[in-house]
Write a protein that binds this ligand. Structure first.
Ligand code: GDP
Ligand code: MG
Length: 181
């Protein structure tokens, strides 16, 4: 079939959130389709490349795995530079990690904007959903409303352990839609 034009995009996507929420594990699941129960703190910053073929377009997501220790320090400004999108991750079993979500969002929005002046498209991930839904069911938090009020384009429950973080067709669509706005 002639006449189809394929375009390529490279998007820098941040994966941020408190230490131990599962950022590295989600990336491993999403990109390498595996999971390791052994805890190993990320040192510095890591990259992983996820290639998506969407309609006529090839999208390369360059996932930046940021170490939790660097939270809100001067270092994040350098990491955030030229990001197109972000996942902010919390652990459904740790309410404090959910409370930190708005701090991560503020840190991000205060340090980076897109060329068109908009905020970076951000998706909220409620990880470790295989462990329970405490944060989601306590305090009557309405996640849809929380996302609207805090500028998230959407949210998903994920489990890096059992593979729900692998639903890249959903996650990538969110970014795709956000990125073409
Ligand atoms: P990070 O500090 O945010 O990068 O967190 P890690 O990816 O290193 O994960 C911290 C710990 O949580 C590790 O022991 C992981 O095996 C575990 N973990 C991560 N995601 C999940 C999940 O979805 N379910 C369960 N049960 N454990 C998880
Ligand atoms: Mg890590």
């Amino acid at each position: 079939t002639g006449g189809t034009v394929s375009t390529e995009h490279l998007y820098k996507i941040l994966v941020i959130g408190d230490l131990g929420v599962g950022k590295t594990s989600i990336i491993k699941r999403y990109v390498h389709h595996n999971f390791s129960p052994n805890y190993r703190a990320t040192i510095g910053v890591d990259f992983a490349l996820k290639v998506l073929n969407l309609d006529q377009e090839t999208v390369r997501l360059q996932l930046w795995d940021i170490a939790g220790q660097e939270r809100f320090g001067n270092m994040t400004r350098v990491y955030y530079r030229e990001a197109m999108g972000a996942f902010i991750v919390f652990d459904v079993t740790r309410p404090a990690s959910f409370e930190a979500v708005t701090k991560w969002k503020e840190d991000l929005d205060s340090k980076v904007t897109l060329a068109n002046g908009n905020h970076v498209a951000t998706v909220l991930l409620a990880n470790k959903c295989d462990q329970g839904r405490d944060v989601l069911t306590n305090n009557g938090i309405k996640m849809e409303q929380f996302c609207q009020e805090n500028g998230f384009v959407g949210w998903f429950e994920t489990s890096a352990k059992f593979g729900t973080a692998d639903r890249h067709h959903i996650l990538s669509k969110v970014f795709y839609q956000a990125s073409i706005l």
